[in-house]
Design a protein around this ligand. Sequence first.
Ligand code: PLP
Length: 373
Amino acid sequence: MRYLELYNSYDFTIEKAEGVYIYDKEGNKYFDTFSGIGVLALGHSHPKVVKEISSKLERYAHTSNYFLDEDTEKVAELITNEGEKVFFVNSGTEATELALKVIKKKIEGGKILFFSNSFHGRSLGALSVNGFPGIRDQFKPLLPGTVEAEFNDVQSLKEAAADNPDIKAVFFEPLQGSGGVQPASKEFIAELKNQIAANDWILACDEVQAGLYRTARRYSFEHFDLKPDLITVAKALGGGLPLGGVIMAGEMTEVLEPGDHGSTFAPNPLALRGAKVVLEELETMQDSITERGEYFLDKLKMIESEKIKEVRGIGLMLGIELEEEIPELRDKAQAEGVLLNVVKGKVIRFLPALNITKYEIDELVKKLEKILA
Ligand code: PLP
Protein backbone atom coordinates (compact mmCIF):
# COMPACT_ATOMS: atom_id res chain seq x y z
CA MET A 1 0.00 0.00 0.00
CA ARG A 2 1.40 3.41 -0.89
CA TYR A 3 -0.79 5.21 1.61
CA LEU A 4 1.13 5.90 4.82
CA GLU A 5 -1.06 4.34 7.48
CA LEU A 6 -0.65 6.35 10.70
CA TYR A 7 -4.08 5.52 12.05
CA ASN A 8 -5.47 2.29 13.30
CA SER A 9 -8.14 2.42 10.57
CA TYR A 10 -11.12 0.09 10.32
CA ASP A 11 -10.80 -2.77 7.86
CA PHE A 12 -13.78 -1.86 5.65
CA THR A 13 -14.52 0.67 2.94
CA ILE A 14 -17.53 2.93 3.29
CA GLU A 15 -20.24 2.77 0.65
CA LYS A 16 -22.54 5.41 2.13
CA ALA A 17 -23.47 7.04 5.41
CA GLU A 18 -26.81 8.40 6.62
CA GLY A 19 -27.75 9.87 9.98
CA VAL A 20 -26.04 7.81 12.70
CA TYR A 21 -25.31 4.88 10.39
CA ILE A 22 -22.40 3.94 8.13
CA TYR A 23 -22.76 1.21 5.49
CA ASP A 24 -19.74 -0.62 4.10
CA LYS A 25 -19.27 -1.95 0.59
CA GLU A 26 -20.16 -5.45 1.74
CA GLY A 27 -23.56 -4.35 2.93
CA ASN A 28 -22.82 -4.21 6.68
CA LYS A 29 -24.54 -1.50 8.69
CA TYR A 30 -22.78 0.14 11.63
CA PHE A 31 -23.90 2.50 14.37
CA ASP A 32 -21.46 5.40 14.19
CA THR A 33 -20.52 6.96 17.55
CA PHE A 34 -17.68 9.02 16.01
CA SER A 35 -19.67 11.34 13.70
CA GLY A 36 -16.37 12.00 11.92
CA ILE A 37 -14.82 12.79 15.35
CA GLY A 38 -17.48 15.29 16.30
CA VAL A 39 -17.75 16.87 12.85
CA LEU A 40 -21.18 15.75 11.60
CA ALA A 41 -23.39 17.56 14.09
CA LEU A 42 -26.53 16.81 12.09
CA GLY A 43 -25.41 13.29 11.19
CA HIS A 44 -24.22 11.90 7.88
CA SER A 45 -25.72 13.17 4.63
CA HIS A 46 -28.24 15.51 6.23
CA PRO A 47 -30.55 16.37 3.31
CA LYS A 48 -30.53 20.13 3.86
CA VAL A 49 -26.75 20.29 4.27
CA VAL A 50 -26.24 18.15 1.15
CA LYS A 51 -28.69 20.24 -0.87
CA GLU A 52 -27.25 23.60 0.14
CA ILE A 53 -23.60 22.61 -0.32
CA SER A 54 -24.34 20.92 -3.67
CA SER A 55 -26.22 23.85 -5.09
CA LYS A 56 -23.43 26.22 -4.12
CA LEU A 57 -20.87 23.82 -5.64
CA GLU A 58 -22.72 24.07 -8.93
CA ARG A 59 -22.07 27.83 -8.85
CA TYR A 60 -18.44 27.79 -7.60
CA ALA A 61 -16.16 25.74 -5.32
CA HIS A 62 -13.35 28.02 -4.27
CA THR A 63 -12.44 31.65 -4.63
CA SER A 64 -9.47 32.34 -2.27
CA ASN A 65 -9.28 34.98 0.39
CA TYR A 66 -9.17 37.80 -2.16
CA PHE A 67 -12.97 37.55 -2.36
CA LEU A 68 -15.47 37.99 0.44
CA ASP A 69 -18.02 35.17 0.23
CA GLU A 70 -21.76 35.77 0.46
CA ASP A 71 -21.99 33.54 3.59
CA THR A 72 -18.98 34.87 5.53
CA GLU A 73 -20.69 37.57 7.56
CA LYS A 74 -23.72 35.43 8.38
CA VAL A 75 -21.56 32.58 9.70
CA ALA A 76 -19.47 35.08 11.66
CA GLU A 77 -22.68 36.41 13.26
CA LEU A 78 -23.78 32.90 14.19
CA ILE A 79 -20.62 32.19 16.20
CA THR A 80 -19.78 35.57 17.73
CA ASN A 81 -21.34 38.11 20.07
CA GLU A 82 -21.49 41.85 19.53
CA GLY A 83 -17.96 43.30 19.61
CA GLU A 84 -16.23 40.03 18.70
CA LYS A 85 -14.61 39.14 15.40
CA VAL A 86 -13.69 35.83 13.80
CA PHE A 87 -10.92 34.91 11.40
CA PHE A 88 -11.59 31.69 9.49
CA VAL A 89 -9.07 28.88 9.01
CA ASN A 90 -9.35 25.26 7.83
CA SER A 91 -8.96 23.12 10.95
CA GLY A 92 -8.69 23.00 14.71
CA THR A 93 -4.91 22.88 14.59
CA GLU A 94 -4.80 25.96 12.39
CA ALA A 95 -7.11 27.70 14.83
CA THR A 96 -4.69 26.87 17.65
CA GLU A 97 -1.79 28.20 15.57
CA LEU A 98 -3.57 31.45 14.90
CA ALA A 99 -4.66 31.88 18.52
CA LEU A 100 -1.01 31.32 19.55
CA LYS A 101 0.10 33.96 17.05
CA VAL A 102 -2.40 36.47 18.44
CA ILE A 103 -1.22 35.68 21.97
CA LYS A 104 2.47 35.86 21.09
CA LYS A 105 2.09 39.18 19.33
CA LYS A 106 0.11 40.59 22.23
CA ILE A 107 2.22 39.37 25.15
CA GLU A 108 5.64 40.09 23.63
CA GLY A 109 7.71 37.38 25.27
CA GLY A 110 5.44 36.39 28.18
CA LYS A 111 4.74 32.74 28.91
CA ILE A 112 1.70 30.63 27.97
CA LEU A 113 0.20 28.16 30.45
CA PHE A 114 -1.45 24.92 29.33
CA PHE A 115 -2.68 21.73 30.99
CA SER A 116 -1.99 18.02 30.97
CA ASN A 117 -4.33 15.94 28.78
CA SER A 118 -5.48 18.98 26.83
CA PHE A 119 -5.40 18.43 23.09
CA HIS A 120 -4.99 21.40 20.78
CA GLY A 121 -3.49 19.85 17.64
CA ARG A 122 -0.30 18.34 16.26
CA SER A 123 1.56 21.12 14.43
CA LEU A 124 4.73 22.31 16.11
CA GLY A 125 3.01 25.37 17.58
CA ALA A 126 0.00 23.39 18.75
CA LEU A 127 2.23 20.66 20.20
CA SER A 128 3.92 23.33 22.31
CA VAL A 129 0.71 23.66 24.32
CA ASN A 130 -0.42 20.06 23.95
CA GLY A 131 -0.73 18.07 27.17
CA PHE A 132 0.04 14.65 25.66
CA PRO A 133 3.76 13.96 26.23
CA GLY A 134 3.59 10.80 24.09
CA ILE A 135 2.80 12.72 20.94
CA ARG A 136 4.60 15.93 21.93
CA ASP A 137 8.01 15.26 23.41
CA GLN A 138 9.65 13.48 20.47
CA PHE A 139 9.36 16.75 18.50
CA LYS A 140 11.12 18.93 21.08
CA PRO A 141 12.46 21.59 21.06
CA LEU A 142 9.10 23.28 20.49
CA LEU A 143 8.05 26.87 21.13
CA PRO A 144 9.86 28.38 24.10
CA GLY A 145 7.91 30.06 26.91
CA THR A 146 5.22 27.47 27.60
CA VAL A 147 4.43 26.10 31.06
CA GLU A 148 2.44 22.93 31.80
CA ALA A 149 0.29 22.38 34.88
CA GLU A 150 -1.88 19.42 35.85
CA PHE A 151 -5.50 19.62 34.73
CA ASN A 152 -7.98 19.66 37.61
CA ASP A 153 -5.14 20.03 40.13
CA VAL A 154 -5.57 23.32 42.01
CA GLN A 155 -2.17 23.02 43.73
CA SER A 156 -0.34 22.47 40.45
CA LEU A 157 -2.06 25.53 38.96
CA LYS A 158 -1.14 27.66 41.98
CA GLU A 159 2.46 26.51 41.83
CA ALA A 160 2.78 27.12 38.08
CA ALA A 161 1.45 30.65 38.59
CA ALA A 162 3.71 31.35 41.58
CA ASP A 163 6.82 29.95 39.86
CA ASN A 164 6.16 31.80 36.60
CA PRO A 165 5.09 35.38 37.24
CA ASP A 166 5.72 36.04 33.54
CA ILE A 167 2.77 33.85 32.46
CA LYS A 168 0.56 36.14 30.42
CA ALA A 169 -1.90 33.76 28.78
CA VAL A 170 -3.59 30.42 29.35
CA PHE A 171 -4.73 27.90 26.74
CA PHE A 172 -7.64 25.91 28.11
CA GLU A 173 -9.98 23.10 27.02
CA PRO A 174 -12.81 23.31 29.62
CA LEU A 175 -14.25 19.91 28.72
CA GLN A 176 -11.37 17.74 27.57
CA GLY A 177 -12.26 15.46 24.66
CA SER A 178 -9.21 13.45 23.65
CA GLY A 179 -8.13 13.67 27.30
CA GLY A 180 -10.99 11.33 28.18
CA VAL A 181 -14.24 13.37 28.18
CA GLN A 182 -13.14 15.10 31.36
CA PRO A 183 -14.83 18.32 32.49
CA ALA A 184 -12.91 20.85 34.58
CA SER A 185 -13.88 20.65 38.24
CA LYS A 186 -15.61 23.51 40.08
CA GLU A 187 -12.58 24.04 42.32
CA PHE A 188 -10.21 24.13 39.36
CA ILE A 189 -12.36 26.64 37.49
CA ALA A 190 -12.58 28.82 40.61
CA GLU A 191 -8.79 28.86 40.97
CA LEU A 192 -8.31 29.48 37.25
CA LYS A 193 -10.64 32.47 37.48
CA ASN A 194 -8.70 33.76 40.51
CA GLN A 195 -5.41 33.53 38.67
CA ILE A 196 -6.79 35.12 35.49
CA ALA A 197 -8.18 38.04 37.48
CA ALA A 198 -5.09 38.45 39.68
CA ASN A 199 -2.54 38.23 36.84
CA ASP A 200 -4.51 39.62 33.94
CA TRP A 201 -3.95 36.48 31.85
CA ILE A 202 -5.38 36.24 28.36
CA LEU A 203 -7.80 33.28 28.30
CA ALA A 204 -7.96 31.19 25.13
CA CYS A 205 -10.68 28.51 25.24
CA ASP A 206 -10.39 25.57 22.87
CA GLU A 207 -13.94 24.80 21.72
CA VAL A 208 -12.90 22.72 18.72
CA GLN A 209 -14.52 19.55 20.06
CA ALA A 210 -16.88 20.64 22.85
CA GLY A 211 -18.09 23.84 21.19
CA LEU A 212 -20.90 24.58 18.73
CA TYR A 213 -23.75 22.96 20.70
CA ARG A 214 -22.05 19.60 21.41
CA THR A 215 -22.83 20.31 25.09
CA ALA A 216 -26.17 21.98 24.18
CA ARG A 217 -24.78 25.49 24.73
CA ARG A 218 -23.05 27.30 21.89
CA TYR A 219 -19.75 26.98 23.77
CA SER A 220 -18.81 24.59 26.56
CA PHE A 221 -17.20 27.42 28.57
CA GLU A 222 -20.73 28.74 29.17
CA HIS A 223 -21.22 25.83 31.60
CA PHE A 224 -18.22 27.10 33.53
CA ASP A 225 -19.05 30.80 33.40
CA LEU A 226 -15.76 31.74 31.74
CA LYS A 227 -15.17 34.81 29.60
CA PRO A 228 -12.49 33.96 27.08
CA ASP A 229 -10.56 36.53 25.07
CA LEU A 230 -9.96 33.99 22.31
CA ILE A 231 -12.08 31.00 21.26
CA THR A 232 -10.99 28.34 18.79
CA VAL A 233 -13.60 26.40 16.81
CA ALA A 234 -13.51 23.82 13.99
CA LYS A 235 -14.90 20.25 13.65
CA ALA A 236 -18.70 20.72 13.44
CA LEU A 237 -18.36 24.22 12.01
CA GLY A 238 -18.21 23.40 8.29
CA GLY A 239 -21.08 20.90 8.15
CA GLY A 240 -18.66 18.11 7.23
CA LEU A 241 -16.20 20.22 5.25
CA PRO A 242 -12.98 21.66 6.69
CA LEU A 243 -13.52 24.99 8.43
CA GLY A 244 -12.18 26.46 11.64
CA GLY A 245 -12.04 29.85 13.21
CA VAL A 246 -10.55 31.99 15.96
CA ILE A 247 -13.00 34.29 17.68
CA MET A 248 -11.42 37.35 19.20
CA ALA A 249 -12.97 39.56 21.86
CA GLY A 250 -12.13 43.07 23.04
CA GLU A 251 -8.48 44.06 22.60
CA MET A 252 -7.78 40.80 20.79
CA THR A 253 -9.64 42.10 17.74
CA GLU A 254 -6.93 44.74 17.29
CA VAL A 255 -3.83 42.57 17.51
CA LEU A 256 -3.56 41.34 13.92
CA GLU A 257 -2.97 43.57 10.93
CA PRO A 258 -3.27 42.81 7.23
CA GLY A 259 -0.48 40.41 6.26
CA ASP A 260 -0.15 38.87 9.74
CA HIS A 261 -2.06 35.72 8.80
CA GLY A 262 -3.74 34.10 5.83
CA SER A 263 -4.68 30.91 4.02
CA THR A 264 -5.30 30.04 0.37
CA PHE A 265 -8.22 27.79 1.21
CA ALA A 266 -9.95 29.46 4.14
CA PRO A 267 -12.76 30.07 4.38
CA ASN A 268 -13.94 27.64 1.73
CA PRO A 269 -17.30 28.79 0.29
CA LEU A 270 -18.88 25.33 0.51
CA ALA A 271 -17.78 24.90 4.12
CA LEU A 272 -19.25 28.33 4.88
CA ARG A 273 -22.59 27.23 3.42
CA GLY A 274 -22.41 24.05 5.50
CA ALA A 275 -21.72 26.19 8.56
CA LYS A 276 -24.68 28.44 7.90
CA VAL A 277 -27.12 25.55 7.56
CA VAL A 278 -25.79 23.58 10.52
CA LEU A 279 -25.51 26.51 12.93
CA GLU A 280 -28.99 27.84 12.14
CA GLU A 281 -30.40 24.40 12.86
CA LEU A 282 -28.35 23.76 16.01
CA GLU A 283 -29.28 27.12 17.51
CA THR A 284 -32.87 25.90 17.77
CA MET A 285 -31.95 22.52 19.27
CA GLN A 286 -30.36 23.49 22.59
CA ASP A 287 -33.15 22.27 24.91
CA SER A 288 -33.56 19.09 22.96
CA ILE A 289 -29.80 18.36 23.05
CA THR A 290 -29.88 18.85 26.83
CA GLU A 291 -32.84 16.49 27.13
CA ARG A 292 -31.47 13.75 24.89
CA GLY A 293 -28.00 14.16 26.46
CA GLU A 294 -29.46 13.54 29.91
CA TYR A 295 -31.48 10.62 28.57
CA PHE A 296 -28.34 9.07 27.03
CA LEU A 297 -26.28 9.69 30.19
CA ASP A 298 -28.95 8.07 32.39
CA LYS A 299 -29.16 5.07 30.09
CA LEU A 300 -25.37 4.66 30.10
CA LYS A 301 -25.39 4.84 33.90
CA MET A 302 -27.95 2.05 33.99
CA ILE A 303 -25.70 -0.39 32.11
CA GLU A 304 -24.74 -3.08 34.58
CA SER A 305 -21.13 -4.05 33.97
CA GLU A 306 -18.16 -4.58 36.25
CA LYS A 307 -16.01 -3.20 33.47
CA ILE A 308 -17.38 0.34 33.93
CA LYS A 309 -15.63 2.70 36.34
CA GLU A 310 -17.44 5.97 35.58
CA VAL A 311 -19.88 7.51 33.13
CA ARG A 312 -19.57 11.26 32.58
CA GLY A 313 -19.88 14.18 30.19
CA ILE A 314 -22.08 17.12 29.26
CA GLY A 315 -24.82 17.29 26.63
CA LEU A 316 -24.05 14.83 23.86
CA MET A 317 -20.34 14.61 24.62
CA LEU A 318 -20.28 11.58 26.87
CA GLY A 319 -17.77 8.99 27.97
CA ILE A 320 -17.56 5.66 29.74
CA GLU A 321 -14.32 5.20 31.65
CA LEU A 322 -13.51 1.52 31.94
CA GLU A 323 -11.79 -0.06 34.94
CA GLU A 324 -9.02 -1.18 32.61
CA GLU A 325 -8.15 -1.32 28.92
CA ILE A 326 -10.01 -3.97 26.90
CA PRO A 327 -7.79 -4.67 23.87
CA GLU A 328 -10.49 -6.55 21.93
CA LEU A 329 -13.20 -3.94 22.63
CA ARG A 330 -13.23 -2.31 19.21
CA ASP A 331 -13.47 -5.63 17.37
CA LYS A 332 -16.17 -6.86 19.71
CA ALA A 333 -18.16 -3.66 19.12
CA GLN A 334 -17.69 -3.92 15.37
CA ALA A 335 -19.02 -7.47 15.45
CA GLU A 336 -22.14 -6.06 17.19
CA GLY A 337 -22.42 -3.39 14.50
CA VAL A 338 -21.09 -0.46 16.54
CA LEU A 339 -18.14 1.78 15.73
CA LEU A 340 -16.60 2.70 19.07
CA ASN A 341 -14.01 5.38 19.69
CA VAL A 342 -11.69 4.74 22.63
CA VAL A 343 -9.45 7.55 23.90
CA LYS A 344 -6.78 7.54 26.60
CA GLY A 345 -6.76 3.74 26.38
CA LYS A 346 -9.87 3.14 28.43
CA VAL A 347 -12.44 5.87 27.84
CA ILE A 348 -15.18 5.17 25.31
CA ARG A 349 -15.98 8.57 23.84
CA PHE A 350 -19.44 9.22 22.39
CA LEU A 351 -19.77 12.09 19.94
CA PRO A 352 -23.05 11.09 18.28
CA ALA A 353 -24.96 13.22 15.80
CA LEU A 354 -26.69 15.94 17.81
CA ASN A 355 -30.04 14.99 16.25
CA ILE A 356 -29.75 11.38 17.44
CA THR A 357 -33.20 10.16 18.49
CA LYS A 358 -34.11 8.48 21.79
CA TYR A 359 -34.95 5.39 19.77
CA GLU A 360 -31.41 5.37 18.35
CA ILE A 361 -29.97 5.94 21.82
CA ASP A 362 -31.93 2.91 23.08
CA GLU A 363 -30.63 0.83 20.19
CA LEU A 364 -27.03 1.87 20.91
CA VAL A 365 -27.32 1.24 24.66
CA LYS A 366 -28.74 -2.23 24.06
CA LYS A 367 -25.73 -3.05 21.90
CA LEU A 368 -23.37 -1.58 24.51
CA GLU A 369 -24.92 -3.80 27.19
CA LYS A 370 -23.96 -6.80 25.09
CA ILE A 371 -20.49 -5.47 24.27
CA LEU A 372 -19.67 -4.70 27.91
CA ALA A 373 -21.34 -7.81 29.38
N1 PLP B 1 -8.52 21.01 19.73
C1 PLP B 1 -9.30 20.01 20.18
C2 PLP B 1 -10.01 20.13 21.49
C3 PLP B 1 -9.43 18.85 19.42
O1 PLP B 1 -10.20 17.84 19.85
C4 PLP B 1 -8.76 18.75 18.17
C5 PLP B 1 -8.85 17.53 17.36
O2 PLP B 1 -9.29 16.50 17.76
C6 PLP B 1 -7.96 19.83 17.77
C7 PLP B 1 -7.88 20.94 18.56
C8 PLP B 1 -7.26 19.76 16.45
O3 PLP B 1 -8.20 19.87 15.44
P1 PLP B 1 -7.94 19.33 13.95
O4 PLP B 1 -7.81 17.86 14.02
O5 PLP B 1 -9.12 19.83 13.16
O6 PLP B 1 -6.68 19.98 13.48
